[in-house]
Design a protein around this ligand. Structure first.
Ligand SMILES: Cc1ncc(COP(=O)(O)O)c(C=O)c1O
Length: 411
């Protein structure tokens, strides 16, 4: 094993808890991750020592808060090999995708333009585009998936056309854990003169994502899925794309000048420069500091080690689940194209029953359609149960999970 999970677990106070008289086994990391003490303390420390609004005042406390806020932007930019000025703080992946759909979409899409999505998208990368397509009369198209839930590249190339203005696609499926070959998809997309947005909610926390190497236009991700707090995330936007984007929300911070012109009885407005043009109102300052601390924590382990540890866990889990004869796993079993997410069903039981039963043993797994209802329909499922891993999970927890799964099968 490439990292030391027992040392890591010591940093997570939540693992001192028992659930239903059992040690907590937390396998719902694709939904949100637990928080290390370093992240929790950084937020407390901010409110105790640095709390002031940012970018507005000349006094010391505000200057210090601003410095911390901008340090966070720098740290997060570096994590994905971007420039700080290319990072917009958002509430999370969902808001980041909405920002592009509204800011870029409303200004650049017109009737019969096409937005290319896939059947495996999370609702967060589907609903915003459906809303914008209604508003602009652009058309959404969905690339098919193969039988093993990977993307059908042939269908992708067939559906990509001169009308395609943007491709918006998840890096990693939150249901099957499939890793899409973004470098190749991005190359094909750019050869077609289209833009590409990557939903990185399930990739940035788990693998090296380098926006320059992948050559992508936009990347959306959430802090809470990578040890950070809820309510904060980031949108990477390649600098040149800012030129084509109107503001997202209006308010303070995002303007340079609001000059009331008495002749026309209206204010003349000059936008702030990006990224601040896209950050209206008081931002989530404490959240950004927690986000920075989360990135520091992952950096201290090394994201490559995170990746390989999760692959080891996933390989082990997939192998052990084979012992559970009534359990069906969805998506590929090959960990070279799959992250630490395993969706499955136990024959004869609903996914909620499986999750409720696991809960009585202190095991937290997700059930339902994981905000990816179309994908479930495509693979002809009502719902599925899902176990997803992170750096603090262990082989022993997987052993316990498999034991419980065997008991569930007897249910
Ligand atoms: C692939 C994917 N995209 C988008 C989201 C939405 O993320 P958030 O709720 O943090 O905005 C999720 C959350 O589960 C996800 O898994």
């Amino acid at each position: 094993m490439s990292l030391n999970p027992s040392k890591i677990r010591g940093d997570f106070p939540i693992f001192q808890r028992k659930i239903n008289n059992n040690p907590l086994i937390y396998f719902d990391n694709a939904a949100t991750t637990q928080k290390p003490i370093q992240v929790i303390d950084s937020i407390k420390n901010f409110y105790e020592k640095y709390n002031a609004n940012v970018h507005r005042a000349v006094y010391s406390l505000s200057q210090e808060a601003t410095e911390l806020y901008e340090d966070s932007r720098e740290k997060i930019a570096k994590f994905i090999n971007a420039e700080p000025s290319e990072i917009i703080f958002t509430r999370g992946t969902t808001e980041a995708i909405n920002l592009i759909a509204y800011s870029w979409g409303l200004d650049n899409l017109k009737q019969n333009d096409e937005i290319l999505l896939t059947e495996m998208e999370h609702h967060s990368n589907l609903i915003p585009w459906e809303i914008i397509s209604k508003r602009t009369e652009a058309i959404t198209k969905y690339v098919k998936i193969n039988e093993n839930s990977t993307i059908n590249l042939k269908d992708f190339e067939n559906k990509l056309s001169t009308k395609t203005k943007i491709v918006s696609i998840s890096h990693v499926s939150n249901v099957t854990g499939v890793i899409n070959d973004i470098k190749n998809i991005s190359k094909i997309t750019h050869e077609n003169n289209s833009l590409i947005l990557i939903d990185g909610a399930q990739s940035v926390p788990h693998m090296k994502v380098d926006v320059k190497e992948l050559d992508i236009d936009f990347l959306a991700f959430s802090a809470h899925k990578m040890l950070g707090p809820t309510g904060i995330g980031a949108l990477y936007c390649k600098k040149k794309n800012f030129e084509t984007m109107g503001p997202f929300q209006g308010g303070g911070e995002m303007i340079k000048n609001v000059n009331f012109n008495s002749k026309i009885q209206k204010p003349e407005i000059q936008w702030n420069s990006p990224p601040w043009k896209f950050e209206a109102g008081t931002p989530n300052i404490a959240g950004s500091i927690g986000f920075m601390e989360a990135v520091k924590y992952l950096d201290s382990i090394g994201i490559e080690k995170v990746s390989s540890y999760e692959k080891d866990l996933t390989k082990y889990a997939l192998n052990r689940i084979k012992e559970c004869k009534k359990t069906i796993v969805y998506g590929p079993l090959d960990t070279s194209i799959k992250c630490g997410i395993i969706s499955f069903n136990v024959q004869g039981l609903s996914s909620h029953d499986v999750a409720l039963f696991a809960d009585t043993f202190g095991i937290m797994i997700r059930s339902g359609y994981h905000c990816a209802q179309p994908l479930h329909q495509v693979i002809k499922l009502q719902s599925s149960a899902r176990a997803s891993f992170y750096i603090y999970n262990t082989i022993e927890e997987i052993d316990r999970f498999v034991e419980v799964l065997k008991e569930i099968e007897q249910f």
